[in-house]
Write a new protein. Sequence first.
Length: 87
Amino acid sequence: MILEIRHRTIKRLRYRAWHRGTRELDLLIGRFADAHLEALDDGQLHRFELLLNQSDPDMYDWILERRIAPPVQQCDVLSLLIAFNKT
């Protein structure tokens, strides 16, 4: 049961990551989701979902390090996302 809920959560988050609204951000976040969601723990999945609730321009600027995310948004998942997109 718990694994089924986790699987549905990951599937939903992956869909949201690939359907942001701007193709550039879809690629930055969607590729990260494909590569990392399965390995994230439940807390990290929750923090990823909270990041997905942020605006596209903000997320784009944070990931490309054009601006620093506000302290409330800074987390391990955002750091992983930034590092993933540097490669």
